[in-house]
Design a protein around this ligand. Structure first.
Ligand SMILES: [Fe+2]
Ligand SMILES: [Fe+2]
Length: 369
């Protein structure tokens, strides 16, 4: 059974059930003047058919009563169910940007059933039937050229598409963001957003909304409320992502990749069995992505913050290497990092520290001749 939560007046959330990286699908009933207008935001994929059918039944009295489908952009995780919904909801209209339509039109969606956001000539729009005020807010290049967000003035909820979305780093039940959600937002933006300039422009556009959103509802991750709205926007404003991140960290990333390749060579020679364990764990994609790209036992890419990647590797060592060998492997890693001059923060150094009374430490001398 699909769990539907009301996050604001007549504004509902249903989440897909992946643990690490899920989709949020939102539904809103605009009710006024004795009439109702039903809208679904980023309806997801064929995997989400049950969510849509069940939610539309409960909230709208059936899929045929969907009036509007809003697409923030064209990615398949957002848009691929749209043609099926529009086939079932014969009177429904798609609202999206011209840039997005250019791509989703490939699903066979007709231009006649689409409203293009760029063609509205006022910023704040009124839903004629019900009198509600809404506004489309561009999120240019975050992460698509024609990405759009949707501001509902009745609830002060900003549906933000991929912007402010995240991987699930907060553990446990519920859907509200906490401090623990930030890490996931950071990882997602570092990978998917092109540059800090694009992120900053989007933050500024949100900052100009009056009133400021009380809730940011992204297509992935947790719902941001309360003080965290301004707090996370402020951090996003400062975050180096995409191309600026790659540029800045390139020298250190290169050093890290070299040192990890050397580390792999050593562990492969000295502990082939343990390398098999570690390699299997490294190559197993999470629901989000694999952290390292490994080609013929060389590390050829690191997909997230390089220090986060190192923390992840140390975590894996602790998880898959038997306790009797963990210290040796960590020491080996530490040695390669230091000899390649990788700058290590204290938080990493403390994870690499081995307990001094461990009997296997002495053996390490033999490994490095
Ligand atoms: Fe996307
Ligand atoms: Fe997405």
């Amino acid at each position: 059974m699909v769990k539907i939560s009301e996050i604001g007046n007549e504004f509902f959330l249903a989440r897909s059930n992946e643990k690490d990286f899920h989709r949020n699908i939102y539904f809103k009933r605009f009710k006024g003047n004795g009439k109702t207008v039903n809208i679904v935001f980023d309806p997801g994929t064929k995997l989400d058919g049950d969510i849509i059918m069940e939610s539309a039944n409960k909230l709208f009295g059936g899929i045929q009563n969907i009036d509007l489908v809003f697409l923030s952009h064209q990615d398949p995780d957002v848009s691929s169910l749209t043609p099926f919904i529009m086939a079932g909801a014969k009177k429904s209209i798609l609202i999206t940007s011209i840039d997005t339509f250019r791509l989703v039109s490939m699903y066979g969606i007709s231009e006649k059933r689409t409203l293009f956001i760029e063609n509205f000539n006022t910023e704040v729009l009124t839903i004629k039937k019900t009198g509600h005020k809404i506004r489309f807010v561009p999120a240019y290049y975050c992460h698509f050229r024609g990405a759009m967000m949707f501001y509902d003035y009745e609830t002060n909820i900003l549906f933000s598409g991929d912007f402010a979305g995240g991987v699930n780093t907060r553990k446990g039940e519920g859907f509200l963001a906490t401090e623990d959600s930030w890490e996931g937002i950071k990882i997602f933006h570092t990978i998917y957003m092109p540059s800090n300039l694009a992120v900053r422009e989007t933050v500024n556009r949100i900052g100009l909304l009056s009133p400021l959103p009380e809730i940011i509802a992204p297509q992935h991750g947790d719902i941001i409320t309360g003080d965290l709205v301004v707090d996370f926007l402020t951090r996003l404003d400062q975050l180096e992502v995409g191309i600026d991140y790659i540029k800045k960290t390139e020298p250190q990333r290169e050093l890290l990749m070299d040192s990890l390749t050397a580390f792999i060579k050593r562990i492969k020679n000295s502990y082939p069995g343990l390398w098999d364990n570690l390699k299997e764990a490294l190559n197993k994609p999470g629901q989000f992505t694999t952290v390292f790209k490994i080609e013929r036992d060389d590390i050829t890419d690191i997909k997230i913050d390089y220090m986060d990647a190192l923390r992840y590797l140390i975590g894996l060592i602790e998880k898959v290497i038997p306790p009797s060998s963990t210290n040796e492997i960590k020491t080996l890693l530490h040695f390669e990092l230091e000899s390649h001059n990788v700058m290590l923060p204290v938080s990493i150094l403390s994870k690499l520290k081995v307990s001094e009374d461990h009997e296997d430490v002495d053996n390490f001398e033999n490994l490095l001749q």
